[in-house]
Design a binder for this molecule. Structure first.
Ligand code: 1GP
Length: 269
């Protein structure tokens, strides 16, 4: 096979290609994160369908404390039936894999002090991912600020918000490892999202795609993150425990804010 064909056929799968195209066209894209321990399958399907209508590009499914694979499978299956955008697994551990998803973030927690979260779980999961033909998208995961439950469970040494140079170093390591996405994670429900300055400096320092999440609750924060250079914005907590209409209005505010920020980002290209 020609090198070029090998690269296009083998390295980058269908979901990743779709994400890259949307980022290229829209500047910044939004993903809704569903935690199957906190949202039942029916509600997950409704929220996912609303997210798609409002402009989300993908649904991520995962949480820090997944205990039931059955629940995960039901959520993924029902979400798949409700949307045409991809469903991407966001695994906390080896049990968080479902054959019904389109792809999986194949993620390494780069600032963990425990090798299990850097490459151990990944080695255990890889054969199953292959067997299920799940598209694996390589992702460097970096916990910053408070770090939340993901920081505690993943035994991370969170990067302080006033040390963007450390975030750049970790993100560059992800790039040099060959990962194609890097995620600055403030932790689900963080009281402060990743600061604009950290996003801007990391974006300037790398050439892979930058995902930002944790603590984004309003349109202004989404706008700031996009304007500062985020390629993907993830929100999860805003869809939990609220009425459908109020979730829709929050999502719409966040996606409009992001789009405003993305316009500024596109102009700066
Ligand atoms: C958590 O970054 C995601 O992994 C989303 O965070 O729940 O605070 O939106 P929130």
């Amino acid at each position: 096979m020609e090198l070029e064909n090998w690269e296009s056929n083998r390295m980058i799968g269908r979901v990743e290609r779709y994400l890259l195209e949307r980022i290229e066209n829209e500047g910044t894209i939004h993903m809704t994160l569903i935690d199957p321990e906190k949202t039942d399958p029916e509600t997950a399907a409704l929220i996912s369908s609303d997210s798609e209508s409002l402009g989300s590009s993908a649904i991520m499914v995962g949480g820090t404390t997944i205990v039931s694979q059955n629940m995960l499978n039901s959520v993924v299956k029902q979400v798949k039936e409700a949307v045409s955008i991809p469903v991407i697994l966001f695994p906390n551990n080896i049990v968080a894999i479902s054959e019904y998803a389109d792809a999986i973030w194949f993620m390494s927690l780069l600032n963990s002090a425990d090798p299990y979260f850097i490459s151990g779980a990944q080695v255990l999961a890889a054969p199953l991912i292959k067997k299920l033909s799940l598209e694996a998208i390589p992702l460097g995961y970096i916990i910053v600020g408070e770090g939340g439950s993901a920081g505690v469970i993943g035994k991370a040494c969170p990067i302080p918000y006033n040390k963007p140079e450390l975030a750049i170093a970790h993100a560059l390591a992800a790039e040099f490892f060959g990962m194609r996405f890097v995620y600055l994670e403030a932790g689900s429900g963080a009281s402060r999202p990743v600061p604009a300055e950290m996003i801007r400096k990391v974006k300037e320092g790398i050439s892979i795609k930058l995902i930002v999440g944790g603590g984004i609750r309003n349109g202004n924060q989404a706008k700031e993150a996009a304007k500062s250079g985020a390629d993907v914005i993830v929100t999860g907590t805003i869809i939990e425990g609220e009425e459908r209409e109020s979730i829709k209005s929050k999502l719409s505010e966040i996606i409009s804010g992001m789009r405003e920020g993305a316009k500024a980002k596109l102009r700066m290209r």
